[in-house]
Design a protein. Structure first.
Length: 185
């Protein structure tokens, strides 16, 4: 947000917490000035450009600081910031956040229980979420980790029509995990 401070020489002084320099913050010797309608007003001193902006009742904003000379535009800075915030909000609205849902299995899972878990994973995948499938080992089950990998393979195979394996089965401590994601058309 812009804060206003009184300055006797220029009237209002703006200090901002943004990427743009405005009004008296522009200290360049000369700038290329663009009017509020987009027409080129030529190269002039920063002071003259600021005075033109004041005459129009608007702000002088440096929009291209890396150009030679820097490009400044006469615009209503408050309105400009509002428009930028609105555009960012719209972009965030259209963005889909992908969640990772977890399905936990055990090495001695029954076929019907496995089918129930597959159904839950199918529901998550159709909603656009990723599914982390975790095969948890406890006690003596740790000795048979490699022989239980087929459970994860069967799980992935039963969902192969709508998903692909993003991260292959991998042993992490007392569990074996893999990540499935929705197939892209």
């Amino acid at each position: 947000m812009a804060e206003r401070h009184v300055n006797s020489e220029f009237g209002w002084r703006y200090t901002t917490i943004s990427d743009f320099m405005i009004n008296e913050q522009i200290r360049d010797r000369e700038v290329r000035l663009v009017s509020e309608n987009g027409e080129q007003l030529g190269i002039m001193s920063a002071r003259d450009a600021y005075l033109k902006a004041q005459e129009a009742g608007l702000d002088l904003v440096k929009i291209a600081p890396q150009a030679k000379p820097p490009v400044c535009k006469i615009i209503d800075y408050g309105k400009y910031r509002y428009e930028q915030a609105r555009k960012e909000k719209e972009a965030r609205k259209k963005q889909k956040t992908v969640e990772i849902k977890e399905v936990r299995l055990s090495p001695n899972i029954d076929t019907n229980d496995l089918n129930t878990k597959v159904g839950a994973a199918r529901k998550f995948l159709t909603k656009g979420d990723k599914v982390k499938v975790t095969l948890r080992f406890r006690g003596r089950e740790m000795a048979h980790m490699n022989s239980s990998r087929h459970i994860l393979d069967e799980f992935a195979e039963s969902l192969s029509d709508i998903s692909v394996i993003e991260k292959a089965p991998k042993v992490e401590g007392r569990s074996m995990t893999m990540v499935l994601t929705e197939k892209r058309n």
